[in-house]
Structure formats: C-alpha cells, structure tokens
Design a protein around this ligand. Structure first.
Ligand SMILES: *Cc1c(COP(=O)(O)O)cnc(C)c1O
Length: 253
C-alpha cells in the first residue's frame, strides 16, 4: 500500500496478522514503479485507491493498466474506487478483469451518494474471485433498507451529477480562498482537499470550537496539513472565514 493512503488498508492488514508494506507517495501521488518494486513472492494483496484519500490524487488509466499487467500471478489488486465518480474519466479496469487479472474493484455509496450511515458498497471482479469472497462473507452483511436505498441511488443519476458539479465549484471556491490566504494545497480530484496550515491538530481544535469540523491528518504523517471536505457554497465560505481568523490568531500568538 502507498503511504499516506487510506488508513483502513493497514488496519485490515494487521487485523489478518499480515505484514503491511508501505511505499511512500511521490508528489502526493502513488508511485506505481516503487509499488511494483516492493512486491515480493510473499506479497498477497496490493491496495490502490483512485483517487487517493487523504491526498485527492490519482494515477492515469495507462499507468494503472501497465502496473496491473506487471503484477505477479499470485497478487490480488484491491482497486478502491470510493471517489471514482468524482473523476471526469475514471479508469475502467473491466478489460483487465476480462483478461483474467486478479483485480477487485470496490465502490461505495458513502461518498457521491452521501449514504455513509447505511454501510453499503459493492465490489466487482472475476466470477472466480467473487466466489472466494462469497465463501467468507458474513451471511447477513447488508440490511434490506440499505439495499433499497442503494438501488434507488443507482437510478438517481441527477443527484450524482449535482454532487459532482457542486463539488467542482466547491473545490474552485476553496482553491481561490487558499490562494488568497497564501496557503499551499494539493490539487484534488476528490471531494476533499489537503491544505498546509502549520499546526494541523491545533487548527482542527480551534475550528471545532467554532462548530467547523475538518480532518487533522497527523495520523497520516502529515501534521502540518489538514483535509477539508468540500461543502455547500455557504459552508465553504464560512470555513474560509474561520480559517483566516484561526490562522491570524496563530500568527499573532
Ligand atoms: C470512505 C472510503 C472508503 C469506504 O467507505 P465506506 O463508508 O466503508 O464504504 C473506502 N476507501 C476510501 C479511500 C475511502 O475514503
């Protein structure tokens, strides 16, 4: 797995008493050459998110195809598409699945459809790989209400389009605000953005006191950054105002 990347990859690896191998990102982006170089005969699984959390970056489709075709036969790729719907042209790995590559693509209703509390997502892979998963999955893993909502969500293209559009505008608004505050940020392809604020944990605490919740990312090895989720226009405006106040206070102390 890359680092920093979604914390759950390492947690589940440890949960299964396997050895996590973390490969540093380059320019906040997965370095697929280094990731491939870290694969050994003992490697069972590689995680690759597109886009990545918490950096909001993604590799190109061509890079990913080349990477997958070079993976040894025994390695399964978990391709995490939690934020794929926010990409203009999300990589489509179905041709790799068709040619027999061990790829499982993972999607969620938590992000683009805003249904995180229903705990529903899905994966697609070859019938062989899905058959293996079916042997070990919990028998009652997704409740009926969540399934009904997920099916309704898939039919609601209008909502997804609105989410993407609102997110595109929100990212622009936040980037303009960060530029005005002279804050460094990582251009994002997801629905959040990583911005350098100095003491990330402290900025988080002070904003929280004002009722604005952002994500400190010290636990991801990024103590001087915070991750900010794109909100509505009014929420983004409020965040930028409060952030300016907090940072000015910081500077004055
Ligand atoms: C949110 C997220 C998920 C999945 O979230 P669930 O709510 O468990 O479906 C997976 N990968 C990444 C990178 C995420 O940010």
């Amino acid at each position: 797995m890359g680092a920093p990347s979604f914390a759950v990859y390492k947690l589940v690896t440890l949960l299964f008493a396997a050895k996590p191998v973390e490969v540093p990102l380059v320019n906040h982006t997965h370095d697929l050459t280094a990731l491939l170089a870290a694969v050994t005969p003992r490697t069972k699984l590689v995680f690759l998110p597109s886009p990545n959390n918490p950096t909001g970056t993604a590799n190109t489709s061509a890079e990913i195809f080349e990477f997958v075709r070079k993976l040894p036969e025994q390695v399964v790729l978990a391709f995490d598409e939690a934020y794929a719907e926010f990409l203009d042209n999300p990589p489509d790995l179905r041709p790799l699945i068709s040619e027999g590559r061990k790829v499982i693509c993972l999607r969620t209703f938590s992000k683009i459809y805003g249904l995180a509390s229903l705990r529903v997502g899905y994966g697609y892979a070859s019938a062989d790989l899905i058959r293996m998963l079916n042997r070990v999955r919990q028998p009652f893993n997704v409740n009926g209400i969540a399934q009904a909502a997920a099916i309704a969500a898939l039919d609601d293209g209008e909502f997804a389009r609105k989410s993407v559009e609102q997110n595109r505008l929100g990212l622009k608004q936040l980037e303009a605000g960060f530029n005005a505050l002279k804050l460094q940020y990582v251009p994002s392809l997801a629905n959040f953005i990583l911005v350098a604020v100095g003491a990330g944990q402290k900025v988080f605490t002070e904003l929280q006191r004002k009722g604005v919740i952002i994500r400190p990312v010290g636990s991801y090895g990024l103590p001087t950054w915070v991750r900010i989720t794109v909100g509505t226009e009014a929420q983004n405006k409020r965040l930028l105002e409060e952030l300016a106040l907090v940072l000015r206070l910081e500077a004055a102390k």
